[in-house]
Design a protein around this ligand. Structure first.
Ligand code: C2O
Ligand code: CU
Length: 483
């Protein structure tokens, strides 16, 4: 089985994209004053159409929040409480997961595990406090492989009381889509190849729901660029030609700003990065932001297009400084419980055998009979259903410090995501990670390892899974319990 042929070359590389199309940089509105400390938001998921490949291109039937893909930016101040009144107008059940947010288990949006699926026509109110500032996102956790690929994803921004000084705060929700030559979303009915390889790759990359476009910038300005990767499978490798951005936050949490190595920023599905970029170009210059994709195609993501010089001389710039940390519980590494998580499966290596619902099956049987391809610690976890929760992979006492050593024994990369908790990344591939950043998603390289540490302080059952949606669906997920 091969993946669908790539048909729309222009959309693919975006190189010939029409000039003068709609702007893709969304400048976020200034903060509205909160009336109390609860912010009410209305959100509705349903079918609509979008023009992904430019204003002249055909329309694409998508699923969207409030009629737009990506969905509306949900925004609150750190310390406020969000109340999201949600209605499902899709023809299938859904839920919303608030990716990266530490919240009460009942609000986590995992069907069967934390709430019943929200049926078509039904409503559900999500309510949670914004403890941590930063860049987060929301997406369905029901039939995610299809629902997210159809367009259901949006950014969630929690503002710091004292944000870093910049001239503009800009958001890029980056995505990729698998489109037919008529710009329809390619079918989901032959998922096997995607499942056992790197997931459902698209052939069209977008920023804020649009293919490559101009992002107008002003010489001398300093921008905070928030990037959210909502793709099912694409690990973006971004190159900002002509610029030297600082990486200033990962998964919402500030890190000492560092100009990134080799000019390439790797952002896996589910992950976020906040950059500080000084616009050092001259009036009239243009610089391309490239996705250096592993298939050897260099996608043009956007062009930074310099306008005229500002009327007043911009101030001299110093290197940006880290902003205030979030109130995260520090794991006690000396007393921490140490556990292993070994990932196996997929094509080129594969699964010899694994446990599935208590029965030992060969890799072949798992694939043929159950459409399963990946295991955690020798167990393939079936998709959750009523009364059929698999057992928690781990159970922790509330407040327990944990070091999880993750090993990837597969021929693919996997971004591993934990719900309800934020962890420090201690080491990757045996080397200490500078500053041990706080993350909720960590990318495991092929045959790679990572050690993460966190305090299991949030009671409930929490997912732990690969954020490549097709891997999650075919066994690379499970849950842990904090009691
Ligand atoms: Cu963003 Cu369980 O996922
Ligand atoms: Cu994976």
């Amino acid at each position: 089985m091969t993946s669908r042929p790539v048909t729309r070359r222009r959309a693919l590389t975006g190189l010939g994209a029409a000039a003068g199309a709609a702007l893709i940089s969304v400048t976020l509105p200034p903060l509205a004053r909160a009336k109390g400390n609860i912010r009410d938001v209305r959100l509705q998921a349903g079918p609509t159409t979008a023009r992904l490949i430019g204003p002249e291109g055909p329309e694409t039937a998508v699923w969207a929040y409030n009629g737009r893909t990506p969905g509306p930016v949900i925004r609150a101040m750190q310390g406020e409480r969000l109340r999201v009144h949600f209605k499902n107008t899709l023809e299938q059940p859904t839920t919303i997961h608030w990716h990266g947010i530490r919240l009460a288990n009942a609000m986590d949006g995992v069907p069967y595990l934390t709430q019943p699926p929200i049926e078509p026509g039904q409503t559900f109110t999500y309510e949670f406090d914004a403890f941590d500032a930063g860049t987060y996102w929301y997406h369905p956790h029901f039939n995610s492989s299809e629902q997210v690929a159809m367009g259901l994803a949006g950014a969630l921004i929690i503002d710091e009381p004292a944000p870093p000084p910049v001239d503009r705060d800009v958001l890029w929700v980056i995505d990729d889509w698998r489109l037919t030559k008529d710009a329809a979303i390619a079918s989901f009915d032959r998922p096997f190849h995607d499942m056992v390889h790197g997931g459902r790759f698209g052939n069209t990359v977008t920023v804020n729901g649009q293919i490559a476009n101009d992002v107008p910038v002003t010489p001398g300005e300093r921008i905070r660029l928030r990037i959210v990767n909502v793709a099912n499978a694409r690990i973006f490798r971004l190159i900002f030609t002509g610029h030297r951005p600082w990486l200033a936050a990962i998964d919402g949490h500030p890190v000492p700003p560092r100009q990134f190595d080799e000019g390439q920023l790797i952002i896996a599905p589910g992950s976020r990065a906040d950059l500080i970029i000084d616009m050092t170009g001259k009036p009239g210059e243009r610089f391309t932001v490239i996705d250096n994709s592993p298939e050897g195609i260099r996608y043009r993501l956007a062009d930074l297009a310099y306008g005229p010089a500002p009327a007043t001389q911009p101030p001299a710039r110093r290197a940006p400084e880290a902003w205030a940390d979030n109130p995260l519980p520090e794991p006690d590494l000396d007393k921490a419980t140490r556990l292993e998580l070994v990932m196996e499966g997929g094509a080129m290596g594969g699964l010899e055998s694994a446990l599935y619902k208590g029965e030992k099956l060969t890799g072949r049987e798992l694939a043929r009979q159950h459409g399963m391809a990946w295991s955690f610690n020798g167990v393939v976890h079936p998709p959750m259903q009523y009364g059929e929760h698999s057992h928690p992979m781990f159970t922790f006492k509330k407040g327990e410090s944990v070091i999880l050593a993750i090993r990837n024994d597969t021929a693919f990369q996997h971004p591993i995501h934990l719900h309800g908790h934020t962890f420090r990344v201690l080491t990757r591939n045996g080397k200490p990670v500078p500053d041990q950043p706080w993350q909720d998603t960590v990318l495991l390289t092929v045959d790679g390892e990572a050690e993460i540490a966190f305090v299991a302080d949030n009671p409930g059952d929490w997912m732990l899974h690969c954020h490549i949606m097709e891997h999650q669906k075919s066994g690379m997920m499970g849950h842990f319990r904090v009691a």
